[in-house]
Design a protein around this ligand. Structure first.
Ligand code: G3H
Ligand code: 13P
Ligand code: NA
Ligand code: ZN
Length: 328
């Protein structure tokens, strides 16, 4: 059944677990997530970026999610707009059956200046008022995602060209978070603590210097009732990097967010954990494997089925690790 992000995360908070939010762009990714959720009885957050919506088309995505709800009636399912950048993006998502939207005011506003902060508050509060009026939930973002190792803002977030950032600019300020939540009335708050989108997050296994989980603890202390969201939370497993590279891939060695750090975050108010890269890598590694082991193969299903199974295994593992298994 379709539910809102608010309903889903309230339940997660009540029972102390976290919910992975997986991105989709196509039918195979959607089916992979639901097969895993059904196997372990986990609630589901499926999110679509603006890029996903233009790739798959809104109507196709909407009908696909209608089909998932029909195929898996026992699984609570929230369809969420990932990184919405305007009122128009968020409202059109709701019109297409999304029960939750992210208004990422850190994209629109320069979150590092006082004027940028006020702009983020204003647009996020506007979207929250509109969304709440029609029963949808809202995620806001405070802070700039980026690397504490290099001081570079997140490329995919559009902050990459902003020049070097200081450590405090890359970490959400707990007092500002209190003000932001009070003024915007968001249902969930995405924060910055050293993660970034994509495969290349850390050049070594992260410690507290480059992955500031203590910021989460500080924010949770001040906002114990706010559902926190971790973006850029793929773990980029070594086994998937190795598989990808064993079949002709050329991915330079990299480190993601260790699952145990996410689990630590879940003990301190993290309820939604965004994962896209790991799913992409799981699928792409299987495409490479099939392509190199069966060089005459040209039936797309022969590539897509094992890729779907690899993504599903990854999803299942995260449902279990985050404590979402058995909660549907
Ligand atoms: O925020 C980044 C997500 O991984 C979605 O990526 O914009 O390439 O669909 P995308
Ligand atoms: P990853 O690139 O780490 O999977 O992060 C995805 C994300 O934050 C989507 O909003
Ligand atoms: Na999101
Ligand atoms: Zn994100």
């Amino acid at each position: 059944a379709r539910i809102t992000l608010r309903q889903l995360l309230d339940h997660a908070a009540e029972h102390g677990y976290g919910v992975p939010a997986f991105n989709i762009n196509n039918m195979e990714q959607a089916l992979a997530i639901l097969a895993a959720a059904e196997a372990v009885e986990a609630p589901v957050i499926i999110q679509a970026s603006r890029g996903a919506r233009s790739y798959a088309k809104d109507v196709m995505l909407a009908r696909m999610v209608d089909a998932l709800v029909e195929l898996y009636p026992g699984i609570p399912l929230c369809l969420h707009q990932d990184h919405g950048n305007s009122e128009a993006t968020c409202l059109s998502a709701i019109r297409h059956g999304f029960t939750s939207v992210m208004m990422d005011g850190s994209l629109k506003a320069d979150g590092r200046t006082p004027a940028g902060y006020e702009e983020n508050v204003a647009i996020t509060a506007r979207v929250a008022e509109l969304a709440h009026a029609v029963g949808a939930s809202v995620e806001g973002e405070l802070g700039v995602l980026g690397s504490l190792e290099t001081g570079e803002g997140d490329q995919e977030d559009g902050h990459g060209a902003a020049g070097k950032l200081a450590r405090e600019q890359l970490l959400t300020d707990p007092d500002q978070a209190v003000d932001f939540v009070a003024r915007t009335q968001v249902d969930a708050l995405a924060i910055a603590m050293g993660t970034s989108h994509g495969a290349y997050k850390f050049s070594r296994r992260p410690d507290g210097e480059i992955l500031a989980m203590d910021v989460i603890e500080a924010i949770h202390q001040k906002l114990p009732d706010t559902h926190l969201v971790m973006h850029g939370s793929s773990s980029v497993p070594q086994a998937l990097q190795d598989l990808f590279n064993a079949y002709g891939g050329e991915m330079p060695q990299t480190w993601g967010v260790p699952v145990e750090e996410i689990v630590r975050g879940i003990r301190h108010g993290v309820r939604k954990i965004n994962i896209d890269t790991d799913c992409r890598l799981a699928m792409a590694a299987m495409f490479r494997k099939v392509a190199s082991e069966n060089r005459a193969e040209f039936d797309p299903r022969k590539f897509l089925k094992p890729a779907m199974e690899a993504m599903s295994a990854l999803c299942r593992e995260r449902f279990e690790q985050f404590g979402a298994a058995g909660r549907a």
